[in-house]
Structures are given as C-alpha cells and as structure tokens.
Write a protein that binds this ligand. Structure first.
Ligand code: FAD
Ligand code: EPU
Length: 284
C-alpha cells in the first residue's frame, strides 16, 4: 500500500560473513513504508557486519533503510551550530559509515574519525555504539530519531544509558536518522587521526568476517589474546576458521554455514577459561 519494495533474497548477500538464507526483505524509503513494514514481526538489517544469519534465513520481515533514509545532509544547522560545535542536518540510518567518515574528513569535521574502518551503516553503528580504542559513535551524536511500532521519538545521548559497544537502545527500536555533533578542525588534522586509528587494524584479517566475535572483558586481557593463548588460532569447523592473524575474528574460508560458526563459537567458550560475552549477533 505504501509502495515499499518487498523481495525474497538470500541474506548472505547482505552480510560481511557471506552467510544467511533467503528471507523477506523490505526496502523502506520513508516513515510510512517503515510503519507498514513494522506491522508484522520484523528485524532491522544494517550493514550486516556483525551478523551470523541462519542458513534457513529468518521468518520475520527484514527491514533495510534505503532512499532518503540512506542519505546524509551534512549542512550545519544554522540554529544549533556555534563556532565551537557543528550540528549537522539529518543523516539516515541506512548511510554507509565508511563513506560518511571520509566525507567528514574532507570537510575537516572531527569527533567520529576514530570509527574509521568499521563497515557498518550509521543506524547499526549507533545501535551498537561501534567504536575502537580511538573513538566511538556516541562521540559525535547530537540527536537520534528512534521509531518503534508505537511511534517516533527524538532523544539525545544524555537520555540513553550508553557504554562500550552498547547504545542502551532496546532491540528492534529503529534508529532512522541522527544529527551529528562535530568539532570544526582541518582535513589534515582529521586525516592524521584517522590514519592513526586505522593503523591498529593492520593485524586484522582481510577475509569475509563479522569482525570481533567477543567483547573484551573489562580490566585484564582482551578476548583475542585469551583465545590466542588457548592455542586456538587457525582452528576450523567446516569452512569457518579462527583467523590466524587475530584470534577474536572468525572468517569464512568459502561456503561456511551458520552451524559451522556456531560450533566454533561454542568451542571457543569451552576452551577459554574466562567467561566471554558474545559480540556477534545470531539470527535467529
Ligand atoms: P548489522 O550487523 O546489520 O546489525 C547489527 C545489529 O544492529 C542488529 O541487532 C541490527 O538489528 C541492529 N541494527 C542495524 N541497523 C539498525 C538501525 N537502523 N536501528 C536500530 N538497530 C539497527 N565493530 C566495532 O565496534 N569496532 C570495530 O573496530 C569493528 N571492526 C570491524 C571490522 C570488520 C572487518 C567487520 C566485518 C566488522 C567490524 N565491527 C567492528 C563489527 C560491526 O561493524 C559493528 O558491530 C557495527 O556496529 C554493525 O553495524 P551494521 O550496520 O553492520 O549492523
Ligand atoms: N592479541 C593477541 N593475540 C591475538 C589478538 C590480539 O595476543 O590473536 C593481543 C595484541 O597483541 C594486543 C591486544 O591483544 O596486545 C589487543 O589486540 P588489538 O590491538 O588487535 O585490539 P583488540 O582489543 O583485539 C579492539 C576491538 C576491535 C577494534 C580494535 C582496534 C573489541 C572486542 N575489539 O580489538 O573492534 O577494531 O580494538 O581499535 O573491542 C569489533 O568490535 O568487531 C572490532 C574489530
């Protein structure tokens, strides 16, 4: 009725792991189409860069933000911006984060360059508060628009209990768009910071992967080091492997199944002496 495009498609096409069976994908370009898609059980798909989707796909509608919900208006808001702080127009949840970070660098706008190299969409990156040691999404947010089947609301970071890899936004509350809060700088300064943050990725694998499997436990050793010290680098189940380059990444050698990845995650939890908190999201 609202004109949303609906297609059955393999989700493997939309995940960086390259795994995931056929599901009903709703491409929504505005709030009316989104409201229609949300009338039945749904999931929201971003860049698919943190997902392990079942080979059978998922029974729910899978929503993708497209059109205006995947566009960025980086024009400084004349009312909200000051000489010290630029507040942008609306940036759609479906905007690919890497391109946005490059644009901000060219404009000499700072605060988000620490997230360089994260292959997410803005909405998914905000929902997870994706980040690195050099910065996270909540460093550069002014306002968030969140849509649920009950309606649309606008919040600020102060309204949310956000932290490490966590926005405090409940699952399936959709981040449709955000206004960014940026610091005026120069393209050179932002580029230098970006290059520095990017350097920390040199040891990460280049194969198909959903990134780090487990969150770093607070305090002592990171998850990668713990898995490495358990002697698990290079361990394979089917076509899924613990990356030899970095033990907290699971890679798809080609033709991996979700079951392969699940078995490898269980093996890691079994062998590492410390309880680990999963970062990947398993669908279902
Ligand atoms: P998806 O994987 O599509 O979805 C993840 C979750 O977000 C799901 O629950 C989904 O429903 C939800 N979601 C998606 N879009 C929205 C929306 N609009 N509103 C509400 N919820 C939504 N992560 C880091 O934090 N730091 C890193 O350095 C990092 N490096 C990575 C490197 C590689 C090579 C890869 C493949 C991944 C890496 N990741 C990293 C993991 C991943 O990029 C992040 O978890 C990212 O936040 C996932 O965003 P996405 O848009 O791909 O979301
Ligand atoms: N290490 C090992 N063995 C390994 C991997 C790492 O000993 O197999 C050691 C390293 O030598 C280093 C330490 O562990 O001393 C930390 O490793 P690294 O610098 O690679 O950082 P990380 O803590 O493993 C975190 C994020 C990454 C992010 C990088 C760079 C988490 C779970 N991971 O990795 O985020 O890209 O820092 O900032 O917080 C993600 O979340 O998906 C992700 C990739």
């Amino acid at each position: 009725r609202t004109g949303a495009r609906v297609e059955r498609q393999p989700l493997a096409r939309y995940t960086t792991l390259g795994v995931g069976g056929e599901s009903e994908v709703w491409f929504v370009a505005d709030h009316a189409q989104l409201a229609e898609a949300m009338e039945q059980p749904y999931r929201i798909l971003g860049g698919g860069s943190n997902l392990v989707v079942a080979d059978e796909g998922v029974p729910e509608r899978v929503i993708r933000l497209t059109g205006p919900l995947a566009q960025a208006d980086l024009t400084p808001d004349p009312v909200l911006s000051t000489p010290e702080q630029i507040v942008t127009g609306w940036v759609g949840g479906g905007v690919p984060l890497p391109g946005l970070i490059r644009k901000l660098q060219k404009l000499g706008l700072s605060n988000l360059e620490g997230t360089v190299g994260i292959p997410a969409q803005v909405g998914g990156a905000v929902w997870m508060n994706a980040g690195t040691r050099y910065g996270e999404m909540f460093d550069g947010l002014h306002t968030l628009e969140i849509v649920t089947p009950q309606g649309t609301r606008q919040v600020t970071p102060d309204d949310l209990a956000w932290g490490y890899r966590d926005s405090g936004i409940p699952r399936n509350h959709i981040v449709t768009r955000v206004r960014l809060r940026l610091r005026p700088s120069t393209p050179e300064e932002v580029l230098a910071k970006m290059d520095f943050a990017d350097h920390a990725r040199k040891g990460q694998p280049k194969m198909k992967t959903p990134g780090c499997a487990f969150k770093n436990p607070g305090g002592g050793k990171g998850a990668g080091q713990l898995i490495d010290e358990a002697g698990l680098k290079g361990t394979r189940v089917g076509a899924a492997m613990i990356a030899p380059e970095h033990a907290n990444f699971i890679v798809n050698l080609g033709g991996a199944t979700a079951a392969d990845v699940h078995a490898l995650l269980a093996l890691i939890c079994d062998r590492v002496g410390v309880p680990l908190d999963l970062e990947y999201e398993l669908w279902p």
